[in-house]
Design a protein around this ligand. Sequence first.
Ligand code: PLP
Length: 435
Amino acid sequence: MNKSLLERARAAMPGGVSSPVRAFGSVEGDPPFVARGRGARIWDTTGRGYVDLVGSWGPLILGHTHPAVIDAVVGAASRGLTFGATCPDEVELAEALLARFPCADQLRFVSTGTEAVMSAVRLARGFTGRQRIVKFDGCYHGHADALLVHAGSGLATIGNGAQPSSAGVPACVAELTEVLPLDDEQALDDLFARRGSEIAAVVMEPVPANSGLLLQRPEFLRHVRAVTERHGALLLFDEVISGLRVAPGGACELYSIQPDIVTLGKIIGGGMPVGAYLARAEIMRCVAPLGPVYQAGTLSGNPLAMAAGLATLRELSAPGVYARLESLAARLESGWKTAFAVRGVCANVVRQGSILWICLQPGPAPRAWQQVDKRGAAMYARLHPELLAHGCWMAPSAWEVAFVSTAHDEASIDACVAAMGNALAQVHQVQTARS
Ligand SMILES: *Cc1c(COP(=O)(O)O)cnc(C)c1O
């Protein structure tokens, strides 16, 4: 009877959660339950408020309960939740997205980012008639079997297929996935020299934002484009985070690179479950019902998700939106940098547009996972509960990024800067007392 919500959650669901990182496994303290959000803020079930820098892990570029999005969703809901038939908003959202990604002629909507990448990999294999795919160490592409692999003991396994990074992934599936380090032209060239004709696609986050923020040299991205093209392999840009975040046309626009397939999710659903994969007509013609690559979904193109996505895209096309995000995020970056400097903490704040990462290591920002000093996690584990205590809601993992939304303003950004200063002071005090 008197069990807490946390106890009940943990009894009813593995770890008490529907997605692992929410369990606060790698930071100190228990996860609060979030009761509601508005604009840049959320409140937990005890009534405590926070400035939210997680934004539901990326989708909420307009913040919580944006009136235009809520109106669109309520309007759509009142007309019916799902029909299993194409709806008008679906066509409009498809056109609006294709206008932002000129490398693509057509798209297919799915319900999650995982599904988008999984389907896009199937399409790449169907189109090329090849089986192998390449991914980069540190890039996350959802939890489809073929993409839940890493390089095992570093470079030792390159070229021999990869080790699964989850139990339950068959070795024969993982073997078809090659894992390469980011920022390394030579490793890519070597692999293609040996296996180029077997590779269906290179899958990458052009703005890797799932192992910290590992910003790539544009020359490296251009090299990946050139090598894949030369070998008849497709280049798949997974822009589930970066699409519509780093620029209206995502990393494709930011770096002026035309991949063969783009996957989207998060922002394009405005907070509702959605994903999409986009490609030029020649490739999309392979997708059922036009072609032999099967892919379907009962709730795909869901009217509520389409309405929320469309409303979000409309707001994002207002003049000055990306400039505003840039200036707020720059303010947060410089405020945090000052907070670290004042406390004498060796840390970087890495930023691309409204995506920020607190990188707790000295020296230049890492561009590949093996350059990341994993010891930063211990400091972050102590910092995180203090950030929460000072009203700044950050991801409960050192390897996750922070997102600024259009609902933030100077005051809420400054509150996050102050929270960092206070959190650092607190952690420093405890450290001094311990030693
Ligand atoms: C979040 C994410 C996914 C998976 O999307 P889900 O909707 O969580 O399935 C895939 N790729 C990237 C780059 C992501 O950030």
